[in-house]
Design a protein around this ligand. Structure first.
Ligand SMILES: Cc1ncc(COP(=O)(O)O)c(C=O)c1O
Length: 354
């Protein structure tokens, strides 16, 4: 504790991201990255960008990238906001759209950055318990609130909410913003982007870190009504005019445009996920239905923390949330390549002696 810190800093409990170990030869299944590299067109675009032009500031508005995102979704570019990873986009969303008198609502088991943003921006929140099957029940959100946010599929459960349920929520909640965080939607969900032209209170966030294999480039975006986007620009331009550098803008445009590569890699991840689910289920794991590039699983007879450390001894890292919640016995496992997942299954078989 420093006497020089502001009162706010004293009160913060920062988010702790999954480990990025500096050890070679690890099978890294802990932070939901894509096991496949980005499109070769992205690499070519990045190489092309490495010129003397780097002495110049990038486009502060990322106009070409917004245009590429708008075209991909069949929207106009005034419905698109971009940021340095969807974490930055979300930070601005909390500040610009979710800070009101009433508490905001999000699930009790969800992306653990949400309460951290609430701490940073001093936003009151109320957590709404998932049901016993770890599903979001939209009726539970039919009450006065300062805003609603949840990921779809949810993280870390991987469970999907049907688009019709999201629409039902929007019909019951027109007085505050509903944010659907679609970081993982391309691995099996129905995107709520289809609803943004009909519901001005809906904001949908996406990232290029997962299905587009660009966690290292840091690009995320939000789409919604131009008024919501305007609010985000007002906050962004009061914070950092150039959140996306020249590489990020060029690489992200190429990634949004290479639909064939995107389709191929996401389908591969989905297929591998289905195989892993089958193998783990046959070993006695309970695996929640997943629409994401990770699975959430527990074994009735094996302690989650012990399993995670046994895997680690075998150089496989997965994520175990140590908090004493009802998901303490679950493991979150990112879907890797077929070989990485086979190594995971073989190691679990040897640990479980099956
Ligand atoms: C639900 C959810 N939303 C947002 C993010 C942030 O992704 P990024 O900042 O890489 O775009 C993550 C990252 O893991 C996530 O799990």
């Amino acid at each position: 504790m420093s006497r020089y810190w502001s009162k706010l800093v004293h009160s913060l409990t920062p988010y702790v991201p999954g480990e990025q170990p500096k050890i070679n030869n690890l099978i890294k299944l802990n932070t939901n990255e894509n096991p496949y590299g980005p499109s070769p067109k992205v690499i070519a675009a990045l190489q092309k960008e490495a010129t003397d032009n780097l002495r110049l500031y990038p486009d502060p508005n990322s106009d070409a990238l917004k245009q590429a995102i708008a075209e991909y979704h069949g929207l106009s570019s005034n419905q698109v906001f971009v940021g340095n990873g969807s974490d930055e986009v979300l930070a601005h969303v909390f500040n610009a759209l979710l800070k009101h008198e009433k508490p905001i609502l999000f699930p009790d088991i969800t992306y653990s950055f949400y309460p951290v943003y609430c701490g940073l921006y001093e936003i009151a929140f109320e957590t709404i318990p998932l049901n016993d099957a770890f599903e979001i029940k939209v009726e539970d959100y039919f009450k006065a609130n300062g805003g609603i946010i949840f990921p779809n599929p949810n993280a870390p459960t991987g469970r999907l909410l049907a688009l019709s349920e999201i629409e039902r929520l929007l019909q019951h909640n027109s007085q505050s913003v509903v944010v659907v965080d679609e970081a993982y939607v391309d691995f099996g969900g129905e995107s709520a982007v289809a609803l943004v032209n009909r519901y001005p209170q809906l904001l949908v966030t996406h990232t290029l870190s997962k299905a587009r294999s660009l966690a290292g480039l840091r690009v995320g975006y939000a789409v919604g009504h131009p008024d919501l986007i305007d609010a985000l620009h007002r906050v962004k331009d009061s914070f950092n005019s150039y959140p996306l550098d020249r590489f990020a803008q060029a690489g992200a445009i190429a990634a949004m445009q290479d639909k064939a590569y995107f389709e191929e890699t996401r389908q591969h991840v989905i297929k591998t996920r289905d195989t892993v689910v089958e193998s783990l289920t046959s070993m006695g794991f309970e695996v929640l239905p997943s629409g994401a590039n990770f699975i959430f699983a527990r074994h009735p007879h094996h302690d989650a923390e012990a399993l995670a450390s046994s895997l680690r001894e075998r150089k496989i890292i997965i994520r175990h949330f140590k908090k004493p919640t009802r998901v303490a016995q679950f493991l979150r496992i990112t879907i890797g390549t077929d070989n990485e997942c086979q190594a995971l299954v073989d190691s679990l078989k040897s640990i479980l002696k099956v």
